[in-house]
Design a protein around this ligand. Sequence first.
Ligand code: UD1
Length: 330
Amino acid sequence: MTVLVTGGAGYIGSITTRLLVERGFGVVVLDSLELGHRAAVNDVPLVVGNIADSDLVTRVCREHKVSDVVHFAAYKAVGESMQNPTKYFDNNVAGTHSLIAAVVSAGVENVVFSSTAAIYGDPDIVPVTEDAEVRCESVYAATKRMTEQILEWYSATRNLRSVSLRYFNAAGAASDGTLGEDWRYSQNLVPHVMKALLGFAPALKVFGNDYSTPDGTGIRDYIHVEDLAESHVAALQYLRGGGDTMICNVGTGVGTSVMDIISTTERVTGRAVPYDIAPRRAGDPARYFANASKAERVLGWTSRRLLDDIIASAFAWHSAHPHGHAASQA
Ligand code: UD1
């Protein structure tokens, strides 16, 4: 029994792949290497190719006796998805559908899917539960919701069960400092804080300090990427144990503002974060964070790491790898 990890050479995918191997799962990675890095996969079997290549996926499933899929491979830049929707619908929806159809035909019964809390848009009530209204405000979020629906329909019609994990804000790096995010491909807060802190950008732009939050800056639920990785293992075990198709939030339940991130970074690293207050970023909600009780109840998963761990691991990773994995390949 082997787990096929698509996008296993990317940020969250590589950290989850390593955890799966550590936990004794057989793993094969499928990654186009367009945004992922060979160095992030180490000695795990890597097939370089596209999720939409049905013949390739079928062959990989047969040759590696694939029983489960953990599906990360997707584009994730919200702004880009609005400028180039075709790219996002093609890859994230059509490509994912090809993948699902091929793996179902090959006898795969379990899929763990990377969904997103962006599906909730600007929720009326926080902490947000899984039954909150779906309010996609970007093509990116819509592609994730469409995939959840495709998976639900395959459950209704074929022998496939799935867990769609709605991630809140993934952040931090592997605690040994060897795997992390490449800030060149990220629009997210923590990599940008580190870029400014380490002198690779003049200053962090704080997108708005006039929100209706205690300090005026946006509030999010930052989840350590290693905790996030553990939720995939828990979801896989749940499915292998016969669990039904479901959707599940993966967050900490704690709301943290941009100013909290800056002050925590300054305390943990002992360095000042240069920042400027900038206008709000279009489409940014004031605040959301997870009600993560379903993950605890159904998967037996809770986040264990703290914001300090997120910042310390991100600092260690970015200090040593300012050019992402390119540095470790050089
Ligand atoms: C973003 C996406 C979301 C996606 C997630 C993970 C949007 C609107 N949402 O979430 O769909 O699932 O990334 O890829 O793009 N901030 C700054 N300065 C920065 C960067 C961010 O002040 O340079 C602030 C933002 O305004 C926000 C918070 O930091 O309040 C977090 O931003 P970010 O890390 O980009 O995540 P989200 O916007 O929550």
